[in-house]
Design a protein around this ligand. Structure first.
Ligand code: AMP
Length: 280
């Protein structure tokens, strides 16, 4: 497994490797959710590359960039164990050198939910993903449904800018109690950890109401909100959104045959948890 720190070396290497080339972009602090992407990429590809880059431009000024969990040596070990050929781990100044001044601005798909709660977040995400795609020119890139809006934003980036990558989306990996795996779960205190599965329970309650025939988004949202409202440690519900799974635009009535995503973001202690389910 080769570890590469510069954009120039990564680009040069990727031009010579056996195709297809699969890319798994990550911010490190790897868990089984990441590893599921890595394994799928390994199985699909002649050459499998992962990136580890805590992208400063997708964090707001009051967010957790400085304290984001980092476990580089352990990550390398896990990637090697799971058959990675290349690991791209550039320092921030390699991706954003002095004078860097070009950004990609995503449109309406990035405006609600995480886009409103975290201004500038998706501008940072799409800019770095476009850079990663341009440096590595992968045949396929792998993302998790856990970050459902991110998936929609990246698909739109890929389509609108003709990046030509096959975007593969993998299901959310969860703890046995339903909590979606996330690097940020490491910040949860034991009490908060006990509360955290309420987010998935709320999503399941909403899905259940829909399965039983409810099509009104407000009433489905209320079912989720009832579950979250019982949890004293959840001190804010940023949103419970019911949106078209591709455009991320809110839906008032769930359409027959449409793909609709229910997404939740809550604050639990110092941690912000996001999760979603897709109704189809
Ligand atoms: P991150 O390191 O948080 O930027 O995540 C890197 C990739 O792993 C993204 O495509 C995430 O959506 C995906 N991912 C994170 N958590 C999970 C999970 N629990 N299940 C599946 N994919 C995940």
């Amino acid at each position: 497994m080769k570890i590469v720190e510069t954009c120039a070396e990564m680009a040069a290497l990727c031009r010579t490797v056996q195709r297809p080339l699969g890319l798994v972009p990550t911010m490190g602090a790897l868990h089984d959710g990441h590893i599921a992407l890595v394994r799928r990429a390994r199985a699909d590809s002649e050459t499998m590359a992962a990136s580890i880059f805590v992208n400063p431009s997708q964090f707001g000024p009051n967010e957790d960039f400085a304290t984001y969990p980092r476990s580089f040596e352990r990550d390398l070990h896990l990637l090697e164990e799971n058959g990675a050929d290349l690991v791209f781990a550039p320092p921030p100044e390699e991706v954003y050198p002095d004078g860097f001044d070009t950004w990609i601005e995503p449109g309406s798909v990035a405006q609600g939910m995480e886009g409103s709660a975290r201004p500038g977040h998706f501008r940072g995400v799409v800019t770095v993903v476009a850079k990663l795609f341009t440096i590595t020119r992968p045949d396929r890139a792998y993302f998790g449904q856990k970050d459902g809006q991110q998936v929609a934003v990246i698909r739109k980036l890929n389509d609108d800018l003709n990046l030509g990558v096959d975007v593969v989306v993998m299901p959310t990996i969860r703890e046995p109690d339903g909590l979606a795996l996330s690097s940020r779960n490491a910040y949860l205190t034991p009490d908060e950890r006990e509360t955290a599965p309420a987010v998935y329970r709320a999503l399941c309650a909403a899905e259940d109401v829909w399965r039983r025939g409810e099509r009104d988004a407000d009433r489905i949202r209320r079912a989720a909100n009832n579950i979250l409202g019982r949890e004293a440690l959840i001190h804010a519900v940023d949103y419970i959104s019911i949106v078209d799974a591709d455009t991320m635009q809110p839906v008032g009535t769930i359409p027959v045959g449409g793909r609709v995503m229910i997404a939740i973001a809550v604050r639990l202690g110092s941690v912000r948890l996001i999760d979603n389910v897709v109704l189809s």
